[in-house]
Design a protein around this ligand. Sequence first.
Ligand code: ZN
Ligand code: ZN
Length: 367
Amino acid sequence: MTTRFVLRNVKTTNGNTADIVVKNRKIAEIAPAGTGAGDEIVDFNHKVYISSGWIDMHVHAFPVFDPYGDDIDEIGYKSGVTTIIDAGSTGADRIHDLVSNSKKSKTNVFAFLNISRIGLKQVDELSDLSWLNEEELIKAVTENKNFIVGLKARISKSVVGPNGVEPLKKARKFSKETDLPLMVHIGSGPPDINDVLDLLEKDDVITHYLNGKANNLFEKSGHPLSKLHKAIERGVHLDVGHGNASFSFQTAEQAKEHGIHFDTISTDIYRKNRLQGPVYSMANVLTKFLLLGYSLEEVIDAVTVNPAKWLRKPALGRILEGDSANLTLFSVEDESIVLQDSEGEKRKAAQRISVKGVVINGEYIEC
Ligand code: ZN
Ligand code: ZN
């Protein structure tokens, strides 16, 4: 007989409390607080929040590559993230290795396939257009249909070299051929950000949208570029992708002031920025958005409901009876913490989000 496991007296971000009962890797029951029956019961005494398992839209989960690599479960379930999406660490040459690594890990993994066959083996992966091999890319997509959820194109100066937006035009073509949306990394120009925005379509993702570089999405005055408004109207999705160099408190404040809301909050985590900051963990990144004045519900939706919707797997972002049990348990502690952005600017927060545990495919693990 399989055990029935009860997470008792947990809170949701909309203010309800409940008991969540897990059995056979699934959510067996959502019962009124204090009433769930089971063989094992962990009582969280109304102090701990529960959400569906966090989804990180932008990570680097291929440990072989340096600097942009890390171990799947370190950035995954051990940090409260039950689903990660690798953001183009591998291209057609190594995607199979990423798939086989993911099978040896507990964390659920999807990937954006780098449009360059070499992926992040070198960090100027779009500087030689012969690496953008269509045949290999289509083969990789066909062979990994349920794993690859989009194509990744890093469109900034040090990556594209002299090629400008040419790699993005190719990406657009690959997107049509494969029917997969693009995740586009933005950063320093050339190419000019306006030329990048012109090429983006519905369901494409801009990652690093709050970067503080000269070629970002905001005018010096803090106003959003008019082409950004148009891209949002077309259905382009805004993702944080914090990283070492791509999250600025000042830009985030400008965005908030002008109503340029994130769709998803992601970390762009890899070994170095996990161990030495400024990313550290998903919880640390989420804490920054609480400090900016977003509600806990908005912040948690950005790692549950919203990425699940983008993935066209809406159930992945909700706690539903009968679904696979992927859950994140966390608290909001009244503890001061110094937070740092990618520009080296520090802010003191009075509250921090802290991960307490996860349920990953039915298995409860304390963090
Ligand atoms: Zn990037
Ligand atoms: Zn990245």
